[in-house]
Design a protein around this ligand. Structure first.
Ligand code: SAH
Ligand code: AVI
Length: 325
């Protein structure tokens, strides 16, 4: 009989040696049943540029609605900010929405955009510094689901959180609650946070937003496989995968999947992943909330709802950290 040590050695030898967290998470997600990939991996430089194109599509209403709400209510939102504060944006992308707040709130001393898409973030900050020469801009390239440090230059300033775009909807609700608690720790006692949240609505509006006629969302979804090919030397044939987006009304979420159109095998760093014809990779959830269900989630996660602005399609919530007495 093989000793415990020998069996352990055989198991260890059969596990691919992947230290890169991207490679490890991709291989684990594709070995899981059903297959899945984390949505944060959409955002390399190509994915971030494709997301910017999505925000300009006629079908993708969330960006237009949120920009209109922010434009209309920027003075009221800015009135909640403490003097000489640092605005910390989680998942800043092209910072278009932050620009509205920066323009309305002269009291913002520093802007701290936090994003996983490093090259895109650095380019945006160079442009922001030209547009707002008196503003201190301190970008942080980080995964906002893990602990990260606020730049020492703004450590002494009161902080306001900004989490627009309904990026919170890309979390499972329990992860959204965990994120809100973590944001409370990053922002500090008594902090204010502004969160953009997409609302539950008719599927006639929801489904086209994720199935646009031009096929940009399909390109955005497929880019995650292209990225795995580029960065991990995999051999996905992108012509054999199809973009699917559907509304799951039981869970109030849009689901995005990539379906393999035929039976096939794909190699990623020495690991073989087999696909059945029609088998899908679940790449993203985009949860939709009611104003009340999001306020309840925030309240259960250490934040008191202060005010909400909505056009019936999208909502912008102002929250204050509910500090223990
Ligand atoms: N705030 C912008 C962009 C939203 S798109 C807007 O409202 O239009 C989501 C952004 O979050 C992208 O820029 C993406 O790179 C970033 N992102 C996604 N997951 C992330 C993570 N785990 N950590 C840090 N940034 C993340
Ligand atoms: C960033 N996030 C909120 C977008 C969304 O709507 O879930 C990402 C996206 N996926 C497809 N289209 C846009």
């Amino acid at each position: 009989m093989a000793s415990v040590r020998q069996s352990a050695l055989r198991v260890a030898q059969s596990v691919p040696k992947t230290v890169d967290p991207f490679a490890a998470e991709v291989i684990a997600g594709l070995a899981a049943k059903p297959k899945r990939l984390l949505p944060k991996y959409f955002y390399d430089a190509v994915g971030s540029a494709l997301f910017e194109r999505i925000t300009q599509l006629p079908e993708y209403y969330p960006t237009r609605c949120e920009l209109a709400l922010l434009r209309a209510h920027a003075p009221a939102i800015a009135s909640l900010f403490p003097p000489n504060c640092a605005l910390v944006e989680f998942g800043s992308g092209g910072s278009k929405k932050a620009r509205l707040l920066l323009g309305a709130a002269a009291t913002i001393e520093a802007y701290v955009p936090v994003d996983i898409s490093g090259d895109f973030l650095q380019q945006d900050c160079a442009q922001l510094r030209r547009e707002f020469p008196r503003l201190a801009v301190h970008p942080v390239v980080a995964d906002f689901t893990s602990p990260f440090s606020i730049p020492s230059q703004v450590a002494a300033l009161p902080r306001v959180g900004f989490f627009p775009g309904s990026t919170i909807g890309n979390f499972e609700p329990h992860e959204a609650a965990k994120f809100l608690r973590h944001a409370g720790v990053v922002l500090g006692r008594g902090a204010v946070m502004i969160v953009g949240v997409d609302l539950i609505k008719d599927t006639k509006i929801l489904c086209p937003a994720y199935n646009d006629a031009e096929g940009v969302t399909a390109k955005f979804n497929l880019n995650v496989l292209a990225r795995i090919n580029r960065e991990l030397g995999a051999n996905f044939d992108l012509t054999t995968f199809e973009h699917h987006a559907l509304y799951n009304s039981k869970q109030n979420r849009i689901e995005m999947h990539l379906a393999s159109m035929r039976r096939q095998k794909v190699r990623i760093q020495g690991t073989t992943i087999s696909f059945r014809a029609g088998e899908t990779i679940h790449t993203e959830n985009s949860y939709k909330y009611s104003v009340e269900s999001f306020a309840a989630l925030a309240q259960g996660s250490g934040w008191s709802p202060l005010q909400v602005w909505t056009d019936g399609q999208f909502s912008v919530h102002a929250l204050r950290r509910s500090d223990e007495k």
